[in-house]
Design a protein around this ligand. Structure first.
Ligand code: ISL
Length: 564
């Protein structure tokens, strides 16, 4: 790949795009059933256009029994009944395009639902050609083929009594893995992708796409302490044929349309990401890496929620910045539907909620890559702390709460503290649109309770306040687009070991930017590099800061300074 900047015409549009993720179930309900829907998204297109984003990524909208809220698909060519009809989708796509917004769909093809017609037939009739669309294994010495642990707890193998064979499910029992070794199955996937491409969609986010190729030996994994299970990660993450499959998908589908693609790739290293996103390899545009959101993981995975330090966070993000520069392309995110709210996790959602949410936006959006904003992040939505586990919905949370208590003897208090910090439902409480009942999300009973802080924290109030997190996001989006250096420039981390200041320089030979994020509720003296003294402040979350030799950084201050 060339290191010289491409002319604007030759530049792929994904490099200039800002993506906004919608989790449709929690976004906007239009018909009072308590579940967000496609017509609800149409109602909010003006809002998204005002914010200035370019692309909407819709979490799965397809027919699903909702074991995992749409990440278990029973018909890839139908819209989930609760979300509306195909006519609603067509209208949404047309209306989005009129608003200058592109639509990216969520492609979930590592697994389907066990209620998909393919799996129903495969299970009922082992002789059918659908049997081999999934992964079946006979018992080994009367036991399951391996003891790999599923992402949502328990083993990955489920015994099918009728045939005496096990099927593989890396996620829930209701999410059987598809067998990518079977060329006919791959052909089915490419067909369903074409179905949506022919409607005119603009891209795919690909769910756990780096798990589709399994080590065909199915070796046993490393034991997981305190359980009878093992970790199978090395045997299915970035597996032996994954690049071959993606190149085939690219030839068959992606290269034939004007699409943006991002692969979700837990466990991918920088080098893996280069292999996925180097344009000359014809696979994907970019991937979601997991290292920074994995901070604090421990013996019980994310639930361990151990303390992390700023130098660790800086080291990770900086390694991705320099590692992909001129070799691939980064995606930039703090938040999504699987993660706790960024302002609660990386910022301060109490006294400094507004300042820290703005600072986090600044630190992320001036890096090289395509930024992703998760619904509600743009006005600083926070984690929720429901009192009872029964108020939670997410299957991962519910499985974990049970396992941590019953298998690992965690007290209920400890379990609830972990749930409050890490549950995926932190991201899934309904979007807080205004101060009316249920935050304007629904006129009915919301499927998941609204965060009780909605009278203070909501989109309407944020849009009305020029000093809000929302306006900071709007200005940040516009500012980064006006600066070529954000897209093209090199990245240099300053003061790697500084415990509370995240500072880096972007430089494209014409413009030098200094980006500073202060991760602390104290003040801090910080010395500016000489060429930024007297420079121009392009963005700040505090009033008038003069770039003097020594800056007195305010709590959670975020700044962008252009060199003289
Ligand atoms: O959510 C996680 C950690 O809390 C991850 O383990 C997550 O399951 C993993 O990143 C894969 O996520 C994707 O696939 C899952 C689905 O539940 C997630 O919502 C999706 O983003 C299975 O389809």
């Amino acid at each position: 790949m060339t290191s010289s900047p491409l002319s604007p015409a030759a530049r792929p549009w994904f490099q200039d795009a800002v993506v906004y993720q919608i989790y449709p179930r929690s976004f906007q309900d239009s018909d009072g059933d308590g579940v967000g829907d496609l017509r609800g998204v149409i109602l909010r297109l003006d809002y998204l256009a005002r914010l200035g984003v370019d692309v909407i990524w819709l979490s799965p909208i397809f027919a699903s029994p909702n074991d995992d809220n749409g990440y278990d698909i029973s018909d890839y060519r139908a819209v989930m009944t609760e979300f509306g009809t195909m006519a609603d989708f067509d209208e949404l796509l047309a209306e989005a395009h009129k608003h200058g917004l592109k639509i990216m769909l969520d492609l979930v093809v590592n697994h389907s639902s066990d209620e998909h017609a393919w799996f129903v037939e495969a299970r009922e009739n082992p002789q059918s050609d659908k049997r081999d669309y999934y992964i079946w294994k006979p018992p080994v010495a009367g036991d399951m083929p391996t003891h790999w642990q599923a992402f949502f707890g328990g083993p990955v193998w489920q015994l099918d009594e009728a045939s005496g064979e096990y099927y593989l499910h890396l996620f829930s029992v209701k999410q059987p893995d598809l067998n990518w070794e079977n060329p006919k199955l791959r052909g089915e996937v490419y067909d369903l992708m074409r179905f949506w491409c022919n409607k005119g969609i603009d891209g795919f986010r690909m769910d756990v796409i780096n798990l589709i190729s399994k080590d065909q030996q199915y070796p046993e994994g490393e034991p997981i302490p305190g359980t009878a299970l093992t970790s199978g990660y090395p045997h299915f993450m970035n597996g032996p044929r994954v690049h071959e499959f993606l190149q085939e998908m690219n030839r068959e589908v992606l290269s034939r349309y004007d699409l943006m693609t991002v692969g979700e790739t837990p466990g991918a290293s920088v080098d893996d990401a280069v292999r996925y996103s180097d344009p000359s390899r014809h696979e994907l545009n970019m991937v979601f890496q997991f290292e920074h959101v994995g901070l604090g993981s421990g013996e019980r995975g994310k639930w361990t929620n151990a303390p992390w330090t700023l130098p660790e966070l800086k080291a990770i993000l900086s390694r991705w910045q320099t590692g992909l520069h001129n070799r691939g392309w980064n995606s930039l995110y703090w938040d999504n539907h699987d993660q706790p709210r960024a302002v609660s996790r990386f910022g301060n959602d109490g006294e400094f909620r507004v300042q820290s949410a703005k600072m986090l936006a600044t630190v992320l959006h001036f890096m090289q890559g395509t930024p992703y904003i998760y619904q509600g992040e743009e006005f600083g939505m926070t984690n929720v702390a429901f009192e009872r586990i029964g108020q939670y919905n997410d299957l991962e949370t519910l499985h974990a709460a049970e396992e941590l208590h019953e298998l690992h003897n965690w007290s209920q208090e400890r379990v609830m503290a972990a749930v409050h910090a890490m549950s995926r439902d932190n991201a899934r409480t309904p979007v807080q649109w205004d101060a009316s009942p249920n935050a304007g999300f629904t006129t009915g009973k919301p499927w998941l309770e609204v965060n009780p802080n909605y009278p203070q924290i909501n989109a309407e109030a944020a849009e009305a306040d020029p000093d809000s997190v929302w306006h900071h996001y709007r200005r940040t989006i516009a500012l980064r687009k006006s600066l070529d250096v954000v897209r093209e420039g090199s990245y240099e981390l300053l003061d790697a070991e500084h415990p509370s200041v995240f500072a880096y320089i972007r430089d494209d030979g014409k413009t030098r930017l200094l980006v500073i994020g202060h991760f602390s509720s104290d003040t801090e003296r910080y010395h500016l590099p000489a060429d930024f003294v007297g420079g121009e402040v392009l963005s700040s979350n505090y009033p008038a800061t003069e770039p003097a030799e020594t800056l007195m950084l305010q709590p959670y201050q975020g700044l962008v300074i252009r060199a003289r």
